[in-house]
Design a protein around this ligand. Structure first.
Ligand code: FHN
Length: 667
């Protein structure tokens, strides 16, 4: 063991690194994530602890250290082929690969001087990082390293896992662990040539500090000034991963943001970000998880991300023998086929100039005197007429990628493309539109209202993305327009029309929204004053959707003052009684559940959130007179964890969990 770094504080200076170091990464737009390690041996299953595990199996199945170490002699990926892995990534149109050099379990896929818990202690005895680093340039891949700050194996890392009661923390020294961490990061940035990205993770535990993350960043760019470092250095701020450059809780924001398993609705201009996502439900290999996203879904996610100037890091969890799961290989091949024809709409592009497109997404590529607009058409128009809202300026041509030129017309605030009747590609078809200079997009105004149905009056706010445009509107017909200066109130059923103007010139389509004034539902007479609870009937059974409870016999009848539910499977609950509306108004309800649920008031189904699904929220609105209203909440859970919640509030105001004082049984 060589002498570890002695300084307890790592005083690196951050070299001035040009922003251009991210240019190759921005152009790539698409990378492969690889989660691979000892956890591929159990492949998600452990004794009587179930089959749903993956790279976290040591923790989720509570495997003692000594037992987990027994995977070392079993890990012998004889079919591992670095060239084949890099070729599959390149063929899929990916420009970089990020692979776990060490995940939270502490096992290293590279030959480290600082531990024997590494690949050289397995029968395989080959340095995975070395072979990938050598193969990558041959396939135009920027090889990149994932490295976990959190380490469940190293005796100095703290905290221990809560369930590791018999694994003492005595003598553990987090500062000494940081020296180990820095030493291994130094190995990874010294022994394997140019590294594209250092992708840190596991930065959220109480023993890590944001300041440690800044030192780690400086270590990395001190060793390789061009290496890109992600933001998982000082607690990224949750799964949305969008910390600012100053990080989260005084951490450090690294070079780009890392939303995980989700695609942000929008990201602030100029922020570099990358969504990482699994193909199925897990990062590491799980032999029973066959819930793979379709190729169309994966490509539409790629398109959506790139239309917001983001990158997509798509994960593969290789098997213990060193091969990719067949389902992953198939998707990579199909993605590659699509990229062969449409890759120019991804690589080297930036985000859409449109606020939103109801038929798909857009990306764009700037040239010296022109721009290529790429229209990613998810929903091909049956009549072949594709409307591009707001596009103005000078269009010089339009063509289907992989197909022929198409005719088009420029109208008032929109472009109409005349497309072939048959969609060229089963996943996404792309139309490339050449525009002189930068695209000119006159967004139609956005009409913002709290709901399209109201009881008293309705506040209307109009907005348009460009500060250079004015808005004119009408609240009776679309002929007598007036200039919009500030929000206004509506007190009757009508239609709002709005249009963008450049001076006196109308430049966008006219948009409209119908709004309806409605009478509130009359309150019900409450038969008794048993406040604070609803009647509750509990049922047992195996359903894929809400059953007809009138045909069933409950196993339990009781009352309950909230919708909190016990962890149970094959169960259903029906709450009945009254809910109190504190004033006469339009109310919004939000019903969250896993699995299905339904919320009714009187005979009206306000929310239908039925079906087999994970926790999801559905909202619904209804006009209620002040007073008590008969209500019913139906819910079921098949397997796994269940959840249920019901929030309410006057439309346009915050929704809150319904206080028990607003609930009452029917008698
Ligand atoms: O805990 C890890 C998880 O295993 C996986 O590596 C993901 C990938 O980004 N990162 C952490 C969870 O945020």
């Amino acid at each position: 063991m060589i002498e570890l770094l002695t300084a307890a504080v790592f005083a690196y200076s951050q070299p001035s690194v040009p922003d251009s170091k991210l240019d190759w990464w921005r152009d790539s737009r698409f990378g492969m994530f690889i989660h691979w390690g000892l956890y591929a041996v159990p492949a998600g299953t452990w004794k009587d602890k179930g089959t749903g595990h993956a790279e976290w199996i040591r923790t989720t199945a509570q495997i003692p250290l000594e037992e987990y170490d027994e995977f070392v002699p079993e890990f012998n990926p004889v079919n591992f082929d670095a060239d084949a892995w890099c070729a599959m990534a390149n063929d899929a149109g990916m420009g970089y690969v990020v692979i776990t050099t060490k995940h939270h379990d502490g096992f290293c896929l590279f030959d480290s001087e600082y531990t024997d818990f590494d690949i050289m202690s397995t029968p395989f005895k080959r340095d995975i990082m070395k072979e990938l680093a050598e193969a990558a340039p041959k396939h135009d891949i920027h090889m990149s390293w994932y490295h976990s700050i959190m380490d469940w194996h190293h005796s100095d890392y703290l905290p221990r896992r809560g369930w590791e009661k018999d694994r003492t923390a005595d003598g553990a020294d987090m500062q000494r662990y940081r020296k180990y961490l820095h030493a291994q990061v130094s190995e990874l940035l010294t022994n394997y040539g140019p590294v594209g990205i250092m992708w840190f993770d596991g930065e959220w535990e109480s023993t890590w500090r944001g300041s440690y993350g800044k030192e780690l960043y400086e270590l990395c760019v001190g060793l390789q000034p061009e290496v890109i470092v992600n933001n998982r250095l000082g607690a990224r701020g949750g799964m949305e991963g969008l910390t600012g450059m100053d990080g989260y809780a005084g951490g450090y924001g690294g070079d780009y943001m890392t939303p995980e398993q989700e695609i942000p609705d929008a990201v602030e201009q100029g922020i570099d970000w990358e969504t990482c996502m699994t193909m199925n439900g897990r990062w590491g290999y799980n032999m029973v998880d066959k819930n793979f996203k379709s190729t169309t879904d994966l490509l539409q996610k790629l398109s959506d991300i790139v239309s917001k100037s983001g990158n997509f890091l798509l994960n593969v969890g290789p098997k213990a023998d060193g091969t990719f799961p067949e389902e992953s290989i198939q998707r990579l091949e199909e993605i590659g086929d699509w990229m062969d024809v449409n890759g120019e709409a991804i690589h080297g592009t930036v985000g859409s100039p449109f606020q939103e497109l109801d038929w798909g997404r857009a990306t764009q590529k700037f040239h010296d005197e022109s721009t290529t607009l790429y229209l990613h058409v998810f929903d091909w128009p049956a009549d072949g007429e594709l409307l591009v809202p707001g596009l103005a300026g000078t269009v010089t041509s339009a063509r289907v990628l992989g197909g022929s030129d198409v005719l088009y017309e420029m109208g008032q605030g929109e472009m109409t493309l005349h497309l072939p009747s048959v969609q060229p590609n089963e996943h996404i078809s792309v139309v490339a539109v050449e525009v002189q200079g930068k695209p000119v997009v006159y967004e139609s105004p956005k009409i913002t209202i709290s709901a399209d149905t109201f009881v008293h009056t309705l506040k209307v706010t109009l907005s348009v993305g460009s500060e250079d445009l004015d808005i004119r509107y009408s609240t009776n017909d679309n002929t007598q327009f007036q200039i919009y200066n500030k929000p206004f109130e509506i007190d009757t059923t009508t239609t709002i029309f709005a249009q963008s103007y450049d001076g006196d010139q109308a430049v966008s389509k006219i948009v409209s929204k119908a709004v309806t004034k409605t009478a509130p539902r009359s309150a019900d007479e409450l038969q008794a004053n048993v406040h604070g609870k609803l009647s509750l009937s509990v049922y047992e059974g195996d359903w894929d959707e809400l059953p007809n409870f009138s045909l069933l016999t409950p196993t339990e009848r009781t009352t309950d003052s909230s919708f909190s539910i016990p962890e149970r499977e094959f169960v259903a609950r029906v709450y009945t009684g009254f809910i109190y509306a504190p004033s006469t108004d339009m109310y919004m309800f939000a019903l969250s559940s896993d699995d299905g649920s339904r919320f009714s008031i009187g005979d009206d189904v306000v929310i239908d959130n039925d079906g087999l699904h994970g926790a999801q929220v559905v909202q619904g609105a209804i006009a209620l007179a002040q007073g008590w209203h008969a209500c019913k909440v139906e819910w079921f859970n098949k397997t796994g964890g269940g959840s249920l919640g019901l929030n309410m509030g006057v439309v346009g105001e915050p929704l809150i969990a319904i206080p028990s004082a607003s609930l009452s049984t029917a008698k």
